[in-house]
Design a protein around this ligand. Structure first.
Ligand code: FES
Length: 200
């Protein structure tokens, strides 16, 4: 199947490059929002953590080297899409979960493999078995990225932390995730989200 890229020949394009055993390198034009919808970056290049260990999420702070994060090889491009007309990317951090990418982007693997998406959910916990895409592994490892939520909602977050510490399931409203189209995804429906970000 031949792919028609409307961005071909255009001066503007967005790329997200998976640096080998390291962060996501975002180039082009992008706006990054934290877990409470605050704009935290509007200029590229940006290095976003995908190992899950950064103390400055969503940005890389070099911790991937300390923890020995490894990810090389290829990007699954079997679900490539015809890229839509160029727009800046919006990158949103879902609480304790993935990065949601909206906008036409070329995702470049460490081996140079390219995948083309108009939306995607990318792993930032480091545990996905389908990197760079999210496969809900953040739930299995109880990935926590509450620093920004704590700053915005201290009381709510404290209650959630205490619940988790006691072995309870955190509040559904917090753990509930949405697919790229905004459709709510419950834990029971979690396997579907693997398909949502890459949905045809
Ligand atoms: S990828 Fe660099 S700190 Fe996580």
């Amino acid at each position: 199947m031949a792919f028609i890229e409307r961005v071909t020949g255009m001066s503007q394009k967005n790329t997200i490059t998976l640096l080998e055993n390291g962060p996501l390198l975002v180039e082009g034009e992008a706006r990054v929002y934290n877990t409470v919808s605050e704009l935290v970056a509007a200029e590229t290049p940006i290095h976003l953590c995908r190992c899950g260990a950064s103390a400055n999420k969503p940005f890389c702070d070099g911790s991937h080297t300390r923890i020995g994060f490894t990810d090389c090889c290829t990007v699954d491009n079997s679900k490539d899409e015809e890229l839509e007309a160029w727009t800046p990317l919006t990158i949103t951090c879902r609480p304790n979960a993935m990065l949601v990418i909206r906008g036409p982007v070329i995702i470049v693997g460490p081996d140079g493999t390219k995948a083309r998406r108009n939306k995607a959910a990318l792993c930032r916990c480091g545990a996905s078995r389908n990197k760079p895409f999210c496969d809900i592994s953040h739930k299995k490892i109880n990935f926590q990225d509450d620093a920004l939520v704590v700053a915005a909602k201290p009381e709510q977050d404290l209650e959630e932390q205490e619940s988790v510490a006691e072995g309870e399931t955190a509040a559904p409203a917090t753990l509930q995730e949405s697919a790229d189209d905004g459709t709510a995804v419950t834990p029971d429906a979690a396997p579907d989200i693997k398909q949502e970000p890459d949905a045809e």
